[in-house]
Design a protein around this ligand. Structure first.
Ligand code: AMP
Length: 281
């Protein structure tokens, strides 16, 4: 497995590939959720590359960029064991060379305060940073496939829209959410939780599963479910940033529960923000 730190090396390595190439973009601190991306990528492409890059431009000034877990040695070992043929782990100055004028890609319908809101309302500038780094990684590695997780549903929809509208010749592979045995969605940030918080965190998935049962019984409105989900998560001892039922593709509010209704939640335990979502119908 090659460990690649510069764009020039990456391009050289890319030029030697004949078949299909899947890129798995990550911020490292790899867990079983990330490894599922590698496994699915392996089934769909001849070669799999992983990028490990804690992207500074998607963090706000008061967010956890500095303390985000960095476990490169373990990540490299996990990628090698899972059959990746290269890991791209550049320094920030390689991705954002000084003196280069920043360019922005915007997907306003999905990534602005209105109409979508969600993470955009809580993390101003976040999706500008996400779009910029994802597009950069796709231009650098020129993969035929890229894996993106449903765990970050808004990020997935924003990136899919960007890739489609800008005719990026890369196919998106959606990866379902990998969970802990108690239902908590795996996340590199779960490492921040103390044992008590870790136990409470499972309340998110319980609330979502309960909402799914109610939705499938019928006769319940989206707004009622939103209130119930928020209450259940609050009762579990978390602070709800938002708990909404939306169309899972357009991320627009819905009147009636229907085919693409998803519950989308972000809740906090202390300083730790936990994202989750579940398709209801
Ligand atoms: P991150 O390292 O958190 O930026 O995540 C890298 C990729 O893994 C993104 O496409 C995420 O949506 C995805 N991902 C994160 N957590 C999970 C999970 N629990 N299951 C599946 N994919 C995930």
């Amino acid at each position: 497995m090659d460990v690649i730190r510069t764009v020039a090396e990456l391009r050289q390595r890319r030029a030697a590939i004949q078949g299909t190439l899947a890129l798995v973009p990550t911020m490292g601190a790899l867990h079983a959720g990330h490894l599922m991306h590698l496994d699915v990528a392996q089934q769909q492409a001849d070669e799999v590359w992983v990028s490990v890059f804690v992207n500074p431009t998607q963090f706000g000034p008061n967010e956890d960029y500095a303390r985000y877990p960095r476990t490169l040695e373990a990540d490299l070992a996990a990628c090698e064991a899972r059959g990746a043929s290269a890991v791209f782990c550049p320094e920030p100055s390689e991705v954002y060379p000084p003196g280069v004028e920043p360019a922005h890609v915007d997907v306003p319908g999905l990534a602005d305060q209105l109409p979508a809101g969600l993470e955009a309302a809580h993390r101003p500038g976040h999706f500008a940073g996400v779009c910029r780094v994802v597009l950069k990684l796709l231009m650098m590695a020129q993969p035929t496939h890229v894996t993106l997780g449903v765990k970050d549903l808004q990020q997935l929809r924003v990136c899919q829209a960007m890739i489609k509208d800008l005719n990026v010749p890369t196919e998106v592979i959606e990866i379902p959410i990998v969970r802990e045995p108690d239902g908590l969605a795996m996340s590199s940030r779960n490492a921040y939780l103390d044992p008590d918080q870790r136990q409470r965190a499972a309340g998110i998935q319980r609330a979502l599963q309960h909402a799914k049962q109610r939705a499938q019984q019928g006769g319940v409105h989206a707004t009622e479910l939103e209130t119930q989900i928020a209450q259940a998560i609050t009762d579990a001892g978390l602070v709800v940033d938002y708990a909404v039922v939306r169309d899972g593709y357009t991320l627009r509010p819905i009147d009636e529960l229907g085919n693409a209704s998803w519950a989308i939640v972000t809740a906090r335990l202390g300083a730790v923000r936990l994202l989750d979502n579940l398709r209801l119908v």
